[in-house]
Write a protein that binds this ligand. Structure first.
Ligand code: AMP
Length: 137
């Protein structure tokens, strides 16, 4: 099923495009966290990190770096956040992979993140072991 981002790629609806190549498109988020907030998306449709091709993800990050550098100069940002929501429960609303590149101007204006948790004694080792065993399968 095509998303609103596919319609932007196909130029069926307008967007403020800042960068384009054969693989990705970058355009301003319509509802910016801070002005200049840019989305970097692959042209070939995929939902998120779980089905994206590794080389496409890598290229998205390369372009996010270019955009981040441009935002530092163009918006006089003091820093940049890059994030990606993957899956409904992780806050993903548009099911077409995208990196958020957000200029930041002042520390303290943090994103709303869930409250941090604390590991019980020895628990972090178990988490690390479980993750490592999946990574090395
Ligand atoms: P996410 O919650 O990670 O799926 O983020 C989706 C982002 O897409 C939100 O920040 C929206 O503001 C943005 N968005 C939705 N529709 C458009 C659009 N037509 N043009 C630009 N950005 C959009």
């Amino acid at each position: 099923m095509s998303t609103i981002f596919k319609r932007i790629i196909d130029r069926e609806i307008p967007a403020d495009i800042v960068y384009e190549d054969d693989t990705v498109l970058a355009f301003l988020d319509i509802h910016p966290v801070r002005k200049g907030h840019t989305l970097v998306i692959p042209k070939a449709e995929c939902v998120n990190i779980f089905d994206a091709k590794p080389e496409v993800l890598g290229h998205m990050m390369i372009v996010a770096q270019k955009v981040a550098n441009a935002l530092m100069e163009a918006t006089e940002a003091k820093g940049v956040n890059i994030h990606m929501n993957n899956g409904h429960d992780a806050g993903q609303d548009v099911p077409h992979a995208h990196l958020h590149v957000i200029p930041r101007f002042k520390r303290g204006e943090v994103f709303q993140v869930p409250e941090h948790e604390t590991y019980e004694d020895g628990e972090s080792v178990l988490f690390a072991e479980k993750i490592k065993s999946v990574l090395t399968q």
